[in-house]
Design a protein around this ligand. Structure first.
Ligand SMILES: O=P(O)(O)O[C@H]1O[C@H](CO)[C@@H](O[C@H]2O[C@H](CO)[C@@H](O)[C@H](O)[C@H]2O)[C@H](O)[C@H]1O
Length: 683
């Protein structure tokens, strides 16, 4: 049973070993400690370079391939704790299949954590296994019992367990000795295999050939809102109800009950800072503004201040504080835009010329996101003279707004800024508030979007806005929910934005708005709506995805309860999201068969099936679509002919589906979606 140590082996062999100097430089004694292999650890991002993301109390299922040479038993555990903490916890890994082991852990509070895996040869379990086989074969000898007793004795010397366990072990050892003196094999065997002795050795016994996975895998834990939230975006200046009067924070306060009624969690504003005059844009993105045109709020900075100032016509910091507080009392958290760019009138340009990229003719290039041109703003530079002073100023700007009660930041165009800056500044802000949330507004190449999520962004804009067909929706959602990116990237499914008036919505009428709402609210953990969506606003600048008379360039007024609105649909889905746990886990998604390419059919569920929802969405806004579909009876352990209760959550009608194949019909003029809650029939 025991491993002969090299010196003992040499003594026993009686021969003189050759020159014991490794030619390869590899010390065989040190290497022999790595008998237990730990590999293919999941989840882990880029070898541990970036953190896996979870929310507070969300399951983190960890798995790894763990094995050892020979046939001996092994044991393994996840060790985990807060980054930098002195003491970590331990959770045993359980063998699954094919050398794969698994454990589930959770973290209760937002912050940085780490986990690793340890594994060892479990010589005591191996002894029990062999002793049992011999006992069953009637061949258990004194020798086996002696080996068992030696393991208990050796455990007393191990550097594990406390004085309580050591005392208990000494007692077991004493009892074993007595039984051995009395040649009582039965007593020895039952004591050596008793639950008490097993538990004692578990806590205090040697861990032979203990291996530790070489990486302490980082895990970032967010508050729940990072993964599950419904956003509503509005321009505060358009909330007065009068195009001739600039809206104020108090006007926004007046609108809070209305937004609460629709059930949103986050109320997000485009920039609320002073707006520059130089190169100001006029209505419909023209470069010839009329006197009195308010300009794009993204053209930040004027004589009234920059990123730490408020647009004077919106109100002052007292008004803003009142808005934050009142929003909170309506269950709404305020998110603001963080757009690192400057109007040519921004105070930074004079105060910190070194932060900008001056051209030989003494000008600064205006910003663009090809093919879009932003003639009214210039970008800062992130290196050279801007490093590190600009980085600290931006960090302090985030902290400034944290101090004002803002904890959610939608960051404009982060892919055009430096990745290292984001990694640094997000870490800095999280030191002050681990619950701060950053949403990356980057519509760019997939790998760039993923990198932003890896360096710390909690949420990401996505391509959802342009995925309309059944196959492309299923393919995109499958990627987001099942591939590696699901461990670190959380999309926010915006149905529209002030920059995106999707062609589908321009052409689909009210049914299309209801369809896109149903998809975003039920497929997305996070989803968002830009105001006007509830009114089915769709008028585009001809041939473009831009809204005609966009609020980006003028003050608008809306009748928020105009006929034909879809506020009830929005409220329905937001209520459902809050009530049904199945909708709160973005990844609990499965697509099922509906034999019609115009109907997307999918399910969301909790692990215990206590919340199990099915969704059918007609993607064709013009025609009724129907067909046969499969009821996932197998998910409940039922056969194809079994029955299941299905409650239609749209109509409230309860029904029983008998058998796996059923039929449904979706008329977009009536309702383009159906939602069913499944439960097993009462027995
Ligand atoms: O470039 P994106 O498509 O990611 O859009 C975001 O950033 C733009 C620049 O900040 C912003 O554009 C708006 O503001 C500009 C500066 O004032 C202005 O020139 C553009 O015409 C206007 O659309 C866009 O709104 C934002 O979402």
């Amino acid at each position: 049973m025991s491993d002969a140590r090299p010196s003992e082996a040499k003594k026993k062999s009686g021969k003189k070993a050759g020159a014991m100097k490794p030619l390869s430089g590899i010390d065989p004694v040190a290497l022999s400690q790595n008998r237990v292999v730990i590999e293919a650890v999941e989840p882990m991002i880029d070898g541990g370079r970036f953190a896996v993301k979870r929310t507070e109390n969300e399951d983190l299922v960890i798995s790894a391939d763990i094995f050892c040479d020979g046939h001996e038993k092994i044991a393994a555990a996840v060790v985990y704790g807060e980054t930098g903490a002195d003491r970590w916890s331990e959770e045993p890994l359980v063998f699954v299949d094919n050398d794969r082991w698994q454990a589930t852990i959770r973290f209760a509070r937002p912050g940085p954590y780490r986990y690793s895996i340890i594994a060892w040869r479990d010589v005591y379990a191996t002894w029990r296994d062999e002793a049992k086989k011999k006992l069953d074969a009637g061949k258990l000898t004194d020798l086996e019992l002696t080996e068992g007793r030696e393991l208990v004795d050796a455990a007393q010397e191990a550097d594990r367990g406390g004085s309580k366990e050591k005392k208990a072990l000494a007692k077991v050892s004493e009892r074993l000795k007595k039984a051995a003196e009395q040649k009582d094999a039965t007593a020895q065997y039952s004591l050596l295999t008793s639950e008490e002795t097993i538990a004692l050795l578990d806590v205090a016994g040697h861990r032979t050939n203990l291996s530790r996975f070489e990486v302490d895998v980082p895990v970032w834990v967010d508050r729940t809102a990072a993964a599950f939230s419904a956003w509503y975006e509005l321009f505060p200046r358009s909330q007065s109800g009068d195009t001739q009067r600039h809206g104020t924070f108090d006007d926004v306060i007046q609108r809070l009950p209305d937004i609460q009624e629709m059930g949103f969690d986050v109320l997000y504003f485009p920039p609320i800072h002073p707006i520059g005059k130089t190169n100001r844009k006029g209505k419909n993105n023209t470069l010839t503004p009329d006197e009195g045109d308010p300009g794009s709020p993204y053209a930040i900075g004027s004589k009234d201040g920059g990123h730490k100032a408020l647009h004077p016509e919106l109100g002052d910091f007292d008004d803003f504080a009142r808005l934050i507080e009142t929003a909170g009392s309506h269950g709404l958290e305020i998110a603001i835009d963080f757009a690192i760019q400057c109007s040519p009138d921004h105070p930074w340009i004079k105060e910190h010329p070194e932060w900008f990229d001056w051209r030989p003719d003494g000008t600064i290039k205006f910003a663009e996101n090809p093919p879009k041109k932003y003639e009214d703003i210039v970008n800062v530079h992130f290196y050279r003279g801007a490093l590190p002073s600009l980085w600290y100023e931006l960090r302090d700007t985030f902290l400034f707004w944290l101090d004002k009660g803002v904890r959610i930041f939608r960051v404009d165009n982060p892919h055009t800024k430096a990745f290292p800056f984001w990694e640094w500044v997000i870490a800095e802000v999280r030191k002050v508030d681990p619950g701060a949330i950053f949403l990356a507004e980057a519509f760019t190449r997939p790998k760039v979007m993923k990198r932003l999520a890896k360096v710390g962004y909690n949420q990401s804009y996505s391509y959802f806005t342009w995925r309309n067909e059944k196959a492309e929706l299923a393919e995109y959602l499958t990627e987001l929910t099942t591939e590696e990116c699901a461990e670190f990237m959380r999309p926010n499914f915006f149905v529209n934005t002030p920059d995106i008036n999707p062609v589908y919505l321009q052409t689909s009428g009210r049914p299309g708005f209801r369809t896109r709402l149903a998809l975003a609210a039920t497929l997305g953990g996070n989803y968002g709506v830009y105001s006007g969506f509830e009114l089915c606003e769709f008028l585009p600048v001809p041939g473009k995805e831009e809204y005609l008379n966009s609020e980006k360039y003028e003050i608008r007024a809306f009748d928020w309860k105009a006929d034909g609105n879809i506020r009830e649909d929005i409220a329905f889905f937001n209520r459902l999201r809050r009530r049904e746990a199945a909708l709160q886990d973005f990844r609990s998604l499965a697509f099922f068969n509906f034999w019609n390419d115009q109907v997307l059919y999918y399910g969301k569920r909790t692990a215990d099936r206590s919340s199990y929802l099915l969704f059918m969405v007609n993607l064709d806004p013009r025609h009724a679509q129907g067909g046969h579909f499969e009821v996932p009876l197998w998910e409940f352990g039922l056969g194809d002919d079994a029955s299941i209760e299905a409650e239609n959550l749209v109509s409230g009608q309860a029904m029983t589906w008998h058998g796996k194949v059923q039929h449904w019909w979706l008329d977009p003029q009536q309702c383009p979606y159906a939602v069913f809650k499944l439960t097993l029939p009462a027995t």
